[in-house]
Design a protein around this ligand. Structure first.
Ligand SMILES: Cc1cc2nc3c(=O)[nH]c(=O)nc-3n(C[C@H](O)[C@H](O)[C@H](O)COP(=O)(O)OP(=O)(O)OC[C@H]3O[C@@H](n4cnc5c(N)ncnc54)[C@H](O)[C@@H]3O)c2cc1C
Length: 465
């Protein structure tokens, strides 16, 4: 029966005061009853506007219909026909700016209504499947064609899944010791438990995908050597893992680090566990500079390690690029925010340890090319904030290693590989690229969408179809 409630089913979650001290998952997931209740809010619109907001085009109304009918495995089959990482996307996709922002329920004029909780329903279905179905996907007979993929983040995994389902022999080369890219080294356990990523990776292995870890393409092997080894096409999905700094005085002091390094120590190397041998800074007063998901993740990790944490952001709350839910969760957990402020220098003590940060106040001026109002410094408004650790979360760019070791591979001025938006084709024949390596830091689902598109182009390239 249709549920006309204007509100989504609330997501059960850990109490903020408790979760701010542990790394367990914050959101606990819908029960079966809640999922059905929420599914009944879907109007199953004929023109399916939500689907056009999904970069991998999941048939959203149909999978939700299956939830209404309590056919959860059938719902899973519909989602997994389009997405190789449903349990991941159900947790971290910015649905509010994709599928859910086009949902007709969220646009009802007379009553202020919320969109159907598509992401939460996707997560419910994927978790139901993972908890109840132990069967692994079946390997397709090989067509004898070999494709190499560089990087095991969402883009590489999506491309691998798509090609393996068509019988290609896929080898992923990954620089780190674990597969998953940002899903394992960046996004914290409390947002995306690592056993979920592992399950998704195991599904791909069952499809016949080989993953070779600890192989840095550009150092261990070059792209040209991969061709010599018999790979007929290559998909570069090496992400954008090179952190940016502000180039201000004091960035060399002890206690200043990039969010990438801090998060990698905590997530990939499990530095938060008592028995971990990975060192991590245990600071009392941490300043995180930035306003994206990375800043929220770094701040919430520092909080869980016992620090008093403040995020410094140069615009206002309205311009924060992080997902709304992550900002709310950070605020609930007691993270402080200072808006309209920008660091101008970091100050050290006699031992070259951070002791404070000098910021300048900002105001919003005219809109810039991105449409956001440009922050402008307020003259003579500098002030100091005490801190013993500063984490820079200012964005990342692609690592230049692959470009510098691959002749003829063209990149843009800022380092992103030049690739066709529809096919991922690069300036070199049989080399394709996608995800953050092409766009710069973006989202999981966009990286997956690029991986899928490139897989179709690679099939055509090799089979000539
Ligand atoms: C902390 C953090 C939080 C985020 N939160 C969200 C979120 O909530 N929602 C969202 O949608 N997006 C989020 N993002 C962005 C999202 O994770 C990325 O857009 C996405 O992971 C990009 O996927 P990718 O496959 O292109 O690259 P990556 O995930 O970066 O994977 C690239 C892989 O390539 C490997 N590699 C690099 N160079 C080489 C080489 N030379 N040889 C072999 N392997 C190599 C890397 O080790 C890595 O494993 C977040 C990012 C970060 C850093």
């Amino acid at each position: 029966m249709a549920n006309m409630s204007p509100k989504k089913q609330i997501m059960p979650s850990q109490d903020p005061a408790i979760r701010a001290n542990n790394f367990k998952e914050v959101a606990l997931g819908y029960t079966k009853e809640m999922a059905i209740e929420e599914a009944n809010r879907c109007l199953h619109c004929k023109n399916m506007p939500c689907v056009s907001g999904c970069p991998v085009h999941i048939n959203i109304p149909d999978f939700i219909q299956k939830i209404k009918e309590e056919k959860f495995e059938e719902a899973y089959d519909i989602i997994s026909a389009s997405s190789s990482l449903p349990a991941v996307c159900g947790r971290v996709c910015p649905q509010e700016s994709q599928c859910e922002c086009l949902c007709v329920r969220g646009k009802a004029i007379k009553v202020k209504s919320e969109a159907v909780a598509i992401g939460r329903l996707e997560r419910f279905v994927a978790d139901y499947h993972n908890n109840n179905c132990k069967e692994l996907p079946k390997r397709v007979e090989s067509n004898g064609h070999k494709v190499a993929i560089i990087g095991s983040g969402p883009s590489g995994l999506a491309c691998a899944g798509e090609l393996a389902k068509s019988g290609f022999d896929i080898t992923i080369f990954e620089a780190l010791h674990l597969a998953g890219g940002v899903l394992v080294y960046g996004i914290p356990e409390f947002r995306l438990p690592k056993d979920i990523v592992e399950k998704e990776v195991n599904n791909l292995k069952a499809l016949g995908v080989t993953i070779k870890t600890n192989v840095v393409i550009g150092k261990t092997l070059t792209i040209d050597e991969l061709f010599e080894d018999g790979f007929e096409a290559i998909y570069i999905a090496s992400g954008a893992g090179l952190p940016k700094f502000m180039n201000i005085d004091g960035e060399g002091l002890n206690g200043v680090l990039s969010a990438n390094e801090f998060l990698t120590r905590i997530n990939l190397m499990k530095a938060y566990k008592a028995d971990s041998s990975t060192p991590v800074i245990h600071a009392k007063k941490v300043i995180v500079v930035g306003g994206g998901n990375v800043a929220m993740d770094a701040a919430r990790c520092a909080k869980r390690l016992g620090a008093d944490v403040t995020i410094v952001y140069r615009r206002t709350r309205a311009e924060l690029p992080a997902r709304a839910e992550e900002v709310e969760h950070a605020m609930e957990e007691g993270i402080n925010f200072i808006f309209l402020s920008n660091p101008v220098k970091i100050n050290g003590d006699e031992n070259a340890n951070v002791k404070s940060i000098t910021c300048i106040r900002m105001e919003l001026g005219e809109a810039d090319a991105s449409g956001r109002r440009r922050p402008v410094e307020v003259l003579n408004s500098e002030y100091d904030i005490e801190a013993d650790c500063v984490i820079m979360a200012l964005g990342t760019s692609p690592n230049p290693l692959i470009k510098s070791t691959t002749e003829g591979l063209e990149v843009q001025k800022w380092g992103g590989i030049l690739a066709d938006e529809e096919t991922g084709a690069t300036s070199r024949k049989h080399i394709f690229a996608g995800g953050d390596a092409v766009t710069g830091a973006a989202t999981v689902i966009l990286a997956m969408g690029a991986g899928k598109k490139a897989a179709h182009a690679i099939k055509k390239d090799i089979l000539g179809e």
